[in-house]
Design a protein around this ligand. Sequence first.
Ligand SMILES: Nc1ncnc2c1ncn2[C@@H]1O[C@H](COP(=O)(O)OP(=O)(O)O)[C@@H](O)[C@H]1O
Ligand code: SF4
Ligand SMILES: [Mg+2]
Length: 336
Amino acid sequence: MITGQGITKTFRQRGGVLGGREVRALRGVDVAIARGGAVSFIGESGCGKTTLGRILAGLESHDSGEITIDGVSMASLRPRARRPYFRRIQLIHQDPYSALNPTRTVHQALTAPLALRARQTGRPKGWIDERAAELLGLVGLDPGYALPRYPHQLSGGMRQRVVIARALTVDPEVLVADEAVSMIDVSLRLGILALLRDLRERLGVSVLFITHDVATARYIGGDGELYVIYRGQVVERGPVETIISAPVHPYTQALLSAIPVLHGLEVPGGQAVTPVGALEEDKHDAGCLFARRCPFATGRCTAEVPVLGRTGDIPQEHACLHPERRGVVAMPAGRA
Ligand SMILES: Nc1ncnc2c1ncn2[C@@H]1O[C@H](COP(=O)(O)OP(=O)(O)O)[C@@H](O)[C@H]1O
Ligand code: SF4
Ligand SMILES: [Mg+2]
């Protein structure tokens, strides 16, 4: 179990006549990933998904908040002592082309971390090659074909499978798949998504799936939890299917209605939220962060900060002061 509580992160971007600006990438996010579970982060580009994934994988520092791994607070440990914990969380980079060293064969890419693993776990040398072949089989590659080859001799889909096999060399508990198929040829994407789903079932590994596309989130972790992130804040959280069938937060409704065909959502005309593409960063920070774009905003929304939680008989958590307005923008097809 990995948890993050109240995670905040501000980046200071350099440049400009005013000496740069601050970007509040995360504004106090709580997250929990249970063993074998699936958690998906969705939200438009720049909302903080990657930053949160990298912080949870120990690859990025955070300003405040606490991360625990299997009950152990990372803040209580020295950086060296954190390593074996963070090793349990492996990030699969979105770009399989830059993730692999072009001068090393697949055999070298896998056996280097496996040799370390063999020393750590007291396994004989013979295990290293056996395990490399086994891992390739697990990710759907023929070891005889893949092992002697260099990355440039493989397709994007095959490379991503090698990247996943390499992540598995350390027996991780969580795979963080950050837009893991966005740079792969469309025809090969489904295969990689199916592989991630399969690994969850076969290895019991948890998947943190980061995407801007709810259809892929549903495919990988339809039984899991969805976190909808807007400007560094979780605005809705709950079971994937619950949120897809009845999104509460107007931002979630806007996200879902942007791709209505993929998941059977219809957008009744009339009251539409500003299109997702136009929701660029703005300086408005008081009250609800979505207020300036929200068709349902009231005076209360610019004065009061909505806090993520449950209200009434709504099953999922949301951060909207007027949840009773849900269902106006997007609603499940056939039930309108
Ligand atoms: N290393 C960095 N330095 C400065 N700003 C950054 C850095 N990484 C991310 N940001 C900013 O933080 C915000 C969140 O980025 P990111 O987590 O990559 O979003 P997402 O993955 O949802 O697209 C963006 O405004 C981005 O420009
Ligand atoms: S709190 Fe108000 S402004 Fe924010 S999403 Fe809800 S209705 Fe819209
Ligand atoms: Mg990202």
